[in-house]
Design a binder for this molecule. Structure first.
Ligand code: FE
Length: 292
């Protein structure tokens, strides 16, 4: 069963942190959440053409509880540090899968020379109720340890989480069984990717343009109903067992991300995502009283 696009969400550009710019799709008014995904931001800083963070924009100390933050760097380096003594730098092509669980306070700041561009993707993935108060955990994987496979139609896929063409991505032990692929398509190429039928899924355009679905005829002559996915645009996919991607005439780079929905109540207040309002109040009290 072919997956199709059910809606497209162009990013909303916002100022976040201190002097940083984010381009938000999930978590914006157009798409509050896509269970189990809570937020998707493309963040930019130093040297960005839109002027984001010319004096060193980033995300100083802030808390998280009840979900996972997943940072994938496209360009540049971000330095992170938390109140449990964890520290590191995430460089281009690297991933940090952070399970905040019962709570951390951390900072995420540019580690580039002034003026060098920074671009990355931050995804928030919800935790099931039973895991919301788990101990915090980090999975950090450098670019050279993320496997790549060639695509039949031309191009490659980097496998960050899940299994694709019998190759397993390095991020593991995640409750919602995610598939996270960074897909590079050569101009005009077509590729078919298998997905678990009931996983919620989306694609997000990073470079170039592409269409989705077996009925696609490419960017040049996309037919009735075939929607072009452009950069900084998210397309929600219908359920199904596979998705067909067709690159435009300049090729495309995109993220394909899917995971099992939780179907649990969501109570959300800024960086706290729990199941009930009482748990949100408890999170705010714990944070204010220094129990993170
Ligand atoms: Fe954070």
């Amino acid at each position: 069963m072919e997956r199709q696009i059910t809606s497209t969400i162009p990013a909303q550009t916002l100022s976040e942190g201190v002097g940083a710019i984010v381009h938000r799709t999930i978590g914006s008014p157009r798409l509050n959440r896509l269970d189990p995904f809570l937020l998707l931001d493309e963040f930019t800083s130093h040297g960005d053409e839109e002027g984001g963070g010319k004096d060193g924009g980033g995300f100083p100390d802030h808390p998280h509880r009840g979900f996972e933050t997943v940072t994938y760097m496209i360009d540049g380096r971000m330095e992170h540090a938390d109140n449990k003594g964890h520290w590191g730098i995430i460089g281009p092509g690297a991933i940090q899968w952070m399970t905040a669980g019962k709570g951390i306070i951390h900072s995420e700041m540019p580690a580039n020379e002034a003026g060098e561009p920074i671009r990355g993707i931050q995804l928030w993935v919800n935790l099931p109720a039973v895991d919301k108060m788990t101990a915090p955990r980090y999975q950090e994987v450098s670019a050279e340890n993320i496997p790549e496979v060639a695509l039949d139609g031309g191009g490659k896929a980097r496998i960050i989480a899940g299994t694709f063409k019998n190759v397993e991505g390095p991020a593991s032990g995640i409750a919602v069984d995610p598939l996270y692929l960074d897909i590079h398509l050569t101009p005009g190429s077509k590729t078919v990717i298998d997905l678990p039928v009931d996983h919620a899924g989306f694609v997000y355009g990073l470079e170039g343009t592409f269409t989705v679905g077996a009925g696609s005829h490419g960017a040049e002559s996309h037919g009735e109903g075939a929607q072009l996915v452009e950069t900084r645009m998210l397309a929600v996919l219908s359920s199904g067992t596979k998705v067909t991607l067709l690159a435009g005439d300049k090729g495309a780079r995109l993220l394909l991300i899917a995971a099992s929905p939780l179907n649990e109540p969501v109570a959300r207040h800024g960086p706290f995502v729990m199941n009930t309002q009482e748990q949100i109040q408890e999170a705010m009290d714990d944070f204010r009283e220094g129990r993170f």
